[in-house]
Write a protein that binds this ligand. Sequence first.
Ligand SMILES: [Zn+2]
Length: 248
Amino acid sequence: MNNLEPIQIVPDVYYMQVGPTMVNCGFVVTRDGVVVVDGGPTPAAGVAIREAIARVTDQPIAYVINTHFHSSHTFGNQAFDVPVIAHSRCRQDMQRALTDEWTPEEIERCCQEHRDIAPEMVGLRVTLPSIAFGGTGFLHIGGKLLQLLPLGNHTPDSIAVFLAEQRVVFAGDNLFNGRHPFLRHANASQWADVLRRLESLKIDQAVPGHGRVMERKDVYNLRVYFESLRRAPRHRKGQPHLERIAQV
Ligand SMILES: [Zn+2]
């Protein structure tokens, strides 16, 4: 994997885009260590993230936070060797995935299909969160406060990491930039409400799960899009599948 290039959002707060899906990894530098927001999509990506952070600061990494359980955000966890923090549902869903879509056979099949990422997956040890919370989480470290806000929606375990003083939020996959949000585990009808909640935070910038950092107006535009989907005509029960799709 090539060197990653951290982009500064405000002093001490950075993000970088990782790998073919441009999944974002964020980090916050404090005087008591660095907090990483999402560990990257593969073990090799996790190492590249760790090395990129070391080029920015001498502070050691203190914690990794996972915004949700999807592999693009968690398969790099093992590279950091520090406690991983996530919503309690995230730990549960990772445990479930280990018996379902993340069995060794399924991961091998995925690597066969995507030969470009196979070398990065060597040595994968799925690393579960060791610190889990239920409601809002508060991480006070080195003079900074990170609020961990349960959002659900994209996945039931999805959280945002909000830095009120810095007016920045890491929104996980409830925000996408430049591509359509991934809806497989989502309740699309609630999406506009979640975006409204993100807009209600006093933020200047929002880091999406994938794509470049966004401004408040970009969050508004995405919310308007989801509201237009919500107003689209609903399908009638019993209609053929293709006809339903054509209506939306
Ligand atoms: Zn996701």
